[in-house]
Design a protein around this ligand. Sequence first.
Ligand code: ZN
Length: 234
Amino acid sequence: MHPDVQSLLAVQRDDLEIYALESRLAALAPRLAALEKDRARVAQELERASKAVAAEESRHREVQLRIESSRALADRSQRAYESVTSPREASAAMAQLEQTKRMVDESERDAAQVQGRINEMRHHVADLEAKLADVEVRQSDARTALESERAEIQAQIAQATAKRNQTAAAVPRSMLAKYDKVRSRRHAETVFPLRGPSCSNCDTAIPTQRRAAMAATGALEMCEGCGVLLYAGE
Ligand SMILES: [Zn+2]
């Protein structure tokens, strides 16, 4: 095998190592996203519950106003009843008074109901707050682990890249450029040996003359079948 090709194969080994590290790095993203999703689910539930409490509290304020106005009405009816002068007026005023008292009772019942709901909902909010805090505590270890894994892989990539650059210095510039052009498209193994008269990646046959030139000069030829670069193996 031509020594330039040997050097290029060493570069390819380094590149494949970098690709493997890069895919390990990429695999961290969905793990981080899964943590985010778990946290967001609880956080959103908490937000909905808090909004529901706020809505119920505003309903409670409305009911309070209704209580006040029906109490004022009941007081007026009470005074009207006390100042009647005839039995006929008395029975009408009594009916009016009873009606306003029923309104007071009704709105007080409503207020109690709303308050009961608010109490329950506040419990639910407190539970969700505790649940969110719990998720965050549990996730903090996982996030730290992910972060250190990421830093470690990045350090390995930096190291592998430095090694690759050193290895690449031994390859003629034009050969390296040809290789890099095809590699950047494939993002995988790029240089393959001939197997007999054919491409060892796809079995397309290479004309005898071209094979002879490859063997003599160490030149790389692109396979017309699959687009990889071929070298003469022996
Ligand atoms: Zn091929």
